[in-house]
Ligand binder design. Structure first.
Ligand code: HGY
Ligand code: MN
Ligand code: MN
Length: 414
């Protein structure tokens, strides 16, 4: 392997133990695992002589100064936080690849004409505070700072409290228009969360756009009672309308949308008791907003009907939403031209680099509302993601680094 290839492998290996549990990664924002990820970022940047700053929203930036340090910068990166029991690649691959791409460009004697920033956005998964892409939403002004500061985790700790405990001032939270104005483009490399590239025989692809998607919290409030002494007819059991709603969501998504209940909390959680309440989160995505609206209307109606049948109260609240994203077509075409099959290691039969839509959300999708953004995907042979089984082969990761370096050489070149 060349020096930069070894550099990527070492960088990657050094992050692997951080936040790893027997069941997968738990790297929730502002927890000790996240702070260890941030320390890894600072060390990687320090080893490359890239000064690091934490912005007012807790996002990390490592800077490679360009010849013209006042010119708008090109940012590359992703996020370091994970879903519960997630895989190693979703997020960190983009950050490690950004550092490795800089190594590769330096190895080739390249000097950027403009600054290059390596970023790690905070709370991309929303696994702790409930709102996905929280750091980039705050940066871009896509969420009210006070609403973000007041978000609470499962233990009742607010984002403001968690940030303050990590030494940041939550009063600083909010849009950062100067920082946005200082960016010419943001390019995020990410493991593919599907297996389209594998089917096409390509190591690297580009993103076309992101499906509209969001999260809704449903609270079914019933009456706690004894499992052994309460006749069926006398119950107000919130579990039953919840169960009906899960099935309704599945049916509503059958026409080409996606609906998932992946998190549910039954209160108080006694095996021999009827629940007082069931809280559940619906993650819903669709190719277009009209289809998504229809799905949510249908599921909400089914939940209301089932709740009424069981004498259960229902509250439905949207916790986060991302409209349809279409990545900047000019930037995408420019990247497609740069990433010839030979340089990117992407060689779908005779064609150009694959351009794929995705149902997964990303910080690049949030920032797309404010500046040109693009995404590179790296082949995931099984397509599994948000799971410890998520995987990309080293050779494909290195193809991703090569592609990202080619993109940087062009976007930050003379
Ligand atoms: O949930 C998502 O779409 C993403 O992987 N953050
Ligand atoms: Mn993810
Ligand atoms: Mn991700």
């Amino acid at each position: 392997m060349t020096g930069s290839e070894t550099g990527f492998a070492e960088l990657w290996e050094s992050l692997l133990p951080v936040g790893r549990t027997p069941a997968g990664y738990r790297r929730y924002s502002w927890t000790p695992a996240d702070l260890a990820c941030r320390a890894w970022f600072a060390e990687a940047a320090g080893a490359r002589n890239l000064p690091v700053e934490t912005d007012r929203n807790g996002n990390l930036w490592a800077w490679w100064r360009g010849l013209d340090s006042g010119a708008p910068a090109v940012a590359v990166g992703s996020h370091l936080d994970s879903v519960p029991d997630g895989g190693a690649f979703d997020g960190p691959l983009g950050v490690a690849s950004a550092f490795a791409a800089i190594d590769l460009l330096r190895e080739r004697g390249f000097t950027p004409a403009r600054p290059v920033g390596v970023t790690a956005f905070t709370e991309e998964e929303g696994a702790r505070f409930g709102v996905a892409c929280l750091g980039s939403r705050l940066l871009a002004g896509a969420i009210e700072p006070a609403a973000a500061a007041g978000l609470r985790d499962g233990d009742g700790i607010s984002l403001a409290e968690a940030m303050a405990a990590a030494g940041l001032d939550p009063a600083d939270l909010g849009p950062d228009d100067d920082r946005i104005a200082g960016l010419a483009a943001y390019v995020e490399l990410h493991i593919e969360q599907g297996s389209a590239l594998d089917g096409l025989g390509a190591a690297v692809g580009l993103a076309a756009g992101i499906w509209p998607h969001g999260r809704w919290r449903l609270e079914f409030a019933g009456r706690a009672d004894h499992a052994g002494t309460t006749w069926i007819a006398d119950r107000h059991d919130p579990m039953l309308p919840f169960a009906a709603t899960v099935l309704a969501a599945r049916a509503a998504a059958a026409g080409g949308a996606l609906a998932t209940f992946g998190k549910v909390i039954a209160e108080p959680g006694a095996a021999n008791g009827i629940s007082s309440a069931v809280r559940a989160w619906l993650d819903a995505r669709a190719p277009d907003e009209a289809t998504l609206d229809t799905l949510i209307t249908e599921v909400s109606a089914a939940a209301r009907t089932a709740a009424a049948e069981h004498g259960v109260a229902l509250d439905v609240r949207r916790e986060s939403f991302t409209p349809a994203v279409s990545f900047d077509p000019a930037l995408r075409d420019r990247l497609a031209a740069i990433l010839s099959p030979a340089s990117a290691g992407a060689a779908p039969n005779g064609g150009g680099i694959p351009v794929l839509p995705t149902g997964a959300g990303h910080d690049a999708g949030i920032l797309a509302a404010r500046l040109p953004t693009a995404m590179l995907f790296v082949r995931n042979p099984t397509g599994v993601s948000h799971s410890p089984a998520e995987h990309a082969d080293l050779a494909d990761c290195l193809a991703g680094v090569t592609a990202l370096a080619a993109v940087l050489a062009d976007l930050a070149g003379p």
